[in-house]
Design a binder for this molecule. Structure first.
Ligand code: SF4
Length: 250
């Protein structure tokens, strides 16, 4: 990975940002990997030393880690916290680390996921589909590891940009800095089908590299700019990105 420092952060900020304790295992597919565009996964794993990220792009992820770390320091009553689960599916190890399983009755649990993000992401529900898939994969992994987890889960949002003025003006805006959003998970079978499909897409992508689709690029219509590329570390090694730059699509 190549790191750039466009905003000339001092060394103590860089050391803080570089301190990533994420337990990444390149020989597995995590829930996050299964949700990424297959093109991104293939490029990340084929050219790990040529990927490029600016330190400023790590800030949001470190905010998120800080919340997880401080939750982990508290022993939440009736909760199993931050466990990585694994299982073998179609010859591939699938992994996922849930934030919390709250015991709601003897040996029966509810999934809780901690998210730090913009309040508007919650208001518009723009990532709800991904959240449901991500948590459904955790539930599927939990079931495979002998844990009984119910269909109802919840997201505990910590907003990075919450504003009291917006809350006063708009009743649909979250009324406090922390907001709980209930979600309904996919069934075990739906989730397993989804996982099988994603494993196949990634495997196929290693044989023939697909393009990122408009949806994967977060475009609402074909003429929209491919917003995902702004946050993608593969730009250096991506011909699709190069082509879009040359044709001024970006
Ligand atoms: S740079 Fe853009 S097109 Fe290329 S892999 Fe990343 S998101 Fe997809």
């Amino acid at each position: 990975m190549i790191y750039t420092n466009k905003f000339e952060y001092p060394s103590y900020v860089i050391q803080y940002l570089e301190n990533d304790e994420y337990d990444y295992d390149p020989d597995t597919f995590s829930a996050t990997t299964l949700l990424k565009p297959p093109r991104v996964t293939v490029l990340e794993r084929t050219y790990p030393d040529e990927l490029e990220v600016d330190y400023s792009e790590l800030v949001a992820s470190r905010y998120g880690s800080s919340i997880h770390d401080s939750f982990e320091k508290v022993e939440i009553k009736g909760a199993i916290q931050e466990q990585r689960l694994k299982t073998l599916q179609n010859g591939m190890i699938v992994t996922g680390k849930f934030d919390m399983l709250m015991e709601i009755s003897k040996n029966t649990y509810k999934l809780v996921d901690l998210k730090s993000t913009s309040a508007w992401t919650c208001v518009y529900g723009s990532k709800d589909e991904d959240y449901i898939k991500q948590l459904s994969i955790y539930r599927w992994l939990g079931n495979r590891n002998g844990l009984k987890i119910i269909d109802d889960a919840e997201i505990c949002f910590f907003f990075t940009d919450w504003s009291k003025a917006s809350a006063n003006k708009n009743p649909n805006y979250p009324q406090s800095r922390i907001f709980i959003k209930p979600i309904k998970l996919m069934t075990f079978l739906e989730t397993e089908e989804f996982i099988n499909e994603r494993i196949k897409l990634i495997r196929d992508a290693f044989i023939e590299l697909p393009l990122c689709s408009d949806k994967e690029l977060w475009k609402n219509k074909p003429d929209d700019p491919p917003r995902r590329c702004d946050y993608c570390s593969c730009k250096n090694v991506c011909n699709q990105y190069k082509m879009m730059t040359e044709t001024k699509t970006i």
